[in-house]
Design a protein around this ligand. Structure first.
Ligand code: NDP
Length: 330
């Protein structure tokens, strides 16, 4: 079998050379263990942080050890009393084309007609992130204007739709005209700004948000965020979800210069990690599942095929290769 290990820690933008493929023998199973074949492996921006040797809310990957992350897999062989051959399971698991793990490391997925990949997206970590960041921190009210950066990604496509369900006016920011059309045609966004072809983002946001910005769901940080924040209204709420535009920066940047805006607009800005809400995950699964069933939430994925494509798919997140959730199908 084959595993993908962290070959070296990136400086700045990661490359394929930071990953290495290694063969290994599949050992025989001990009591309680499972042999799994991955169906879908998730690639996520937070993994970039784990490639650094820095303390964060998740421990760093170790050099020469496998990369790991969200995976849905089929059980090929089971020494568990609770999980059978043929079951589908979800877990934070190593990047291997055959995985040995203990039953305690996975959750069995119900056979309820939901495509298993959804548990890595709309009914998984990105869905929960969109739900709690918007509903708990931003508390949207009908008629308010919501701006979402990174709008065409896994989290952003869901945030915009939940904001529409709440009756808001929703403006997205994304990196191509194709993404802008998709967000308007398929995801209900009222307006979308392509930040790659816009020279003055502050002005573009002012023109789109004629009544100002009440809520900002930030997935990207940096210059885009500065441009949104100069347009916020009194009592605006800002959820700091991600800062992907800064993940590959090497120097320490000064700033932000936008804090006076937070003060003078009596605004709220709050960072969060989805696991802060662990005790309320049930509520979000219930609500997201209902909206999906009712057709109020639609969902899209960019699926790259082949285990060997994992590093490329991950790297593609930093150049906007995905629309919706980026996944690798094995
Ligand atoms: P996405 O599916 O949104 O993929 C990343 C997208 O980011 C790309 O498609 C690209 O789209 C955009 N992007 C990449 N580089 C830049 C840049 N320099 N400037 C602006 N946009 C850029 O990822 P997710 O939806 O999974 O995650 C979105 C954000 O949310 C990330 O920052 C992530 O770290 C964060 N996150 C936070 C969580 C939490 O618990 N707080 C949980 C999950 C995610 P484009 O073409 O538009 O540039």
């Amino acid at each position: 079998a084959t595993k993908i290990v962290l070959a070296s820690r990136p400086k700045g933008m990661p490359t394929a050379a930071n990953f290495r493929f290694e063969d290994f023998e599949i050992p025989s199973l001990n009591e309680g263990e499972l042999l799994l074949q991955p169906l879908y492996i998730s690639v996520d921006p937070y993994m970039r942080g784990r490639m650094n040797d820095a303390k964060s809310y998740v421990p760093p990957y170790e050099v020469n050890e496998p990369i790991s992350g969200g995976i849905v897999a089929k059980v090929l062989e089971s020494k568990s009393e609770h999980i059978d051959n043929g079951d589908t399971v979800l877990g934070m698991l190593p990047w291997c084309n055959y995985i040995i793990t203990h039953e305690k490391m996975v959750k069995k997925l119900d056979d309820n007609g939901v495509p298993p990949s959804y548990y890595l997206g709309i009914l998984g970590m990105p869905g929960l992130t969109a739900y709690f960041g918007l509903m708990d921190i931003c508390k949207p009210k009908a008629g308010e204007t919501v701006v979402v950066s990174g709008a065409a990604g896994a989290v952003g496509t869901i945030v915009g739709q939940i904001a529409k369900i709440q009756g808001c006016n929703v403006i997205g920011i994304a990196g191509s005209d194709e993404k802008a059309s998709m967000l308007k045609d398929d995801f209900g966004y009222d307006q979308v700004i392509n930040y790659k072809t816009t020279t003055d983002m502050g002005q573009a946001i002012a023109e789109a948000a004629t009544n100002g910005v009440d809520i900002y769901f930030d997935n990207v940080g940096g210059d885009i965020t500065d441009a949104v924040i100069v347009n916020i209204n009194f009592h605006a709420r800002i959820a700091l979800c991600g800062q992907i535009s800064l993940y590959n920066e090497t120097g320490v940047s000064n700033g932000p210069r936008i804090l006076p805006m937070i003060l003078t607009r009596s605004a709220l800005i709050k960072g969060f990690i989805v696991s802060d809400y662990q005790e309320r995950f049930g509520e979000a699964y219930q609500q997201l599942g209902t909206w999906v069933k009712e057709g109020k939430l639609v969902y899209t994925e960019t699926i790259v095929e082949g285990f060997e494509k994992l590093p490329d798919a991950f790297l593609g997140l930093f150049s906007g290769q995905n629309q919706g959730k980026m996944l690798v199908k094995i």
